[in-house]
Design a protein around this ligand. Structure first.
Ligand code: FES
Length: 167
């Protein structure tokens, strides 16, 4: 969705201040010469402020941790929970690992794709739809995560109810 030059990708002065204030609480827990070890909490902090990890934010984090911006980008793109592209308001992660797959996850994913008009991996203003690995709710498969909330033992009816609450 958002390109690097998109104005929504820029951190406002207030967002930069909040990032620095948050880092001032995090960094004292790490040795002065090992600030790079704070990369995960720093990226979580940035995402909690901005909603995603825009290039300018990654550059700021890299500066504050004294690493290259490429290093910050490497870490940000390794973990599925970080968004390096602006996501929709709701990120729908559909687990298609074994337990969920055996209980109809692919069929539910196809149903969501059709209802939202999105393919897995695509975003609209409101939704980002993704196929994901195990969400650790195998006993209540199939499972879907909406932002940070789990929804379990899903079927079409439950999906319809959930989507009607989100739209
Ligand atoms: S396989 Fe889907 S939650 Fe574990």
């Amino acid at each position: 969705m958002a390109e690097p030059n998109d104005s929504s990708a820029a951190l406002t002065p207030d967002e930069q201040r909040r990032l620095d204030e948050g880092l001032a609480l995090v960094l004292p827990h790490y040795p002065e010469d090992r600030k790079s070890a704070a990369m995960l909490p720093a990226l979580r902090l940035l995402q909690s402020i901005k909603g995603w990890l825009p290039p300018q934010g990654l550059e700021l984090v890299a500066q504050r941790l004294a690493v290259s911006k490429e290093r910050a980008h490497e870490v940000a793109t390794f973990y599925a929970m970080f968004h390096t592209k602006k996501p929709g308001k709701y990120v729908l992660d559909v687990c298609t690992n074994l337990s969920c797959s055996l209980r109809g996850a692919e069929e539910l994913l196809a149903y969501l794709e059709q209802k939202l008009g999105l393919k897995a991996g695509q975003s609209s203003e409101l939704f980002t739809l993704r196929e994901t690995e195990c969400l650790a709710s195998c006993g209540t498969a199939p499972c879907l995560q909406v932002n940070e909330d789990h929804h379990e033992s899903l079927n079409r009816k439950k999906l319809d109810e959930l989507l009607s609450k989100l739209t």
